[in-house]
Design a protein around this ligand. Structure first.
Ligand code: PEP
Length: 249
């Protein structure tokens, strides 16, 4: 079964409005490839990015949102607000949200539900800490993250879910997981989904890898059997590097 190939750039808290215009201006000079390409600018720059990319196939997505539809949540942004400016995909559960903003599996489950009930696609991030790996708990940690936030979903809801396996120790550190580590985790994730649902469903889910992906390693990572693309942080801030990564899929 052919799965959707995706390369998504997570800009995090980088790029003001001028830098957003400039980076997008550079990105659209490159030829498009036969894969889904997404960028996630800061909330303040989503509309600017949407306007600049209105004739491009690059999709603008959000880095986060709240689990409620509206209300007294100062500083937060709802799914409906994102949808109203044409954003149809959101990243949920990034390890930086889990770590710095103390987002829990149960809170993330609510965010997933809100995203799906708002007809949004959800890129759901999972990843273990280095201690988990040292203690040989990495498979268990990843299973629990998926189980606690996603295994309540019905089969049909999974059509809107993309998973991103991002070992926390490889994010922004320059240290990439080895090809063996990546492939074994991705195939374990697929097996967990097959065990809980069906092989057919498991084989239809795109599982991205994230963690210090760069032009020098992207081709090898993307060629692994169970890797369907990447979630790219640092390297997505350079149009050249991001384009090289996109071209390697
Ligand atoms: C990320 O933030 O999702 C990420 C993978 O970052 P980096 O590519 O910089 O490691």
């Amino acid at each position: 079964m052919s799965r959707e190939k995706i390369v998504a750039g997570n800009w995090k808290m980088n790029n003001d409005s001028n830098q957003t215009r400039s980076l997008i201006g550079d990105l659209i000079k490159f030829n498009q490839v036969d894969a889904t390409v997404m960028i996630a600018p800061a909330h303040t720059n989503l509309s600017i990015a949407q306007d600049l990319l209105s004739k491009s196939k690059i999709e603008v997505i959000a880095q986060n949102m709240h689990f409620s539809d509206s209300g007294a949540y100062t500083g937060e942004v709802s799914a409906q607000m994102l949808k109203s400016i044409g954003i149809n995909t959101v990243i949920i559960g990034h390890s930086e949200r889990r770590k710095y903003f103390k987002e829990t599996d149960s809170e993330l489950k609510l965010k997933v539900d809100m995203g799906l009930s708002s007809s949004m696609k959800v890129i759901f991030c999972i990843g273990e800490e280095i201690e988990d790996r040292r203690n040989n708990k990495h498979f268990e940690v990843i299973f629990n993250q998926i189980n606690n936030s996603l295994f309540h979903l019905k089969d049909e809801s999974w059509r809107k879910i993309v998973l991103a396996y991002e070992p926390v120790w490889a994010i922004g550190t320059g240290e990439t997981a080895s090809l063996v580590q990546i492939q074994e985790m991705h195939s374990m994730i697929r097996k967990n989904i097959a065990d809980r649902y069906s092989m057919e469903l498991a084989n239809s889910i795109s599982i991205l890898y994230g963690g210090s992906v760069k032009p020098e390693n992207s081709q090898d990572i993307f060629s692994l059997d169970d890797v369907d693309g990447g979630l790219i942080g640092g390297a997505s801030l350079s149009a050249n590097d991001f384009n090289k990564i996109i071209s390697s899929i």
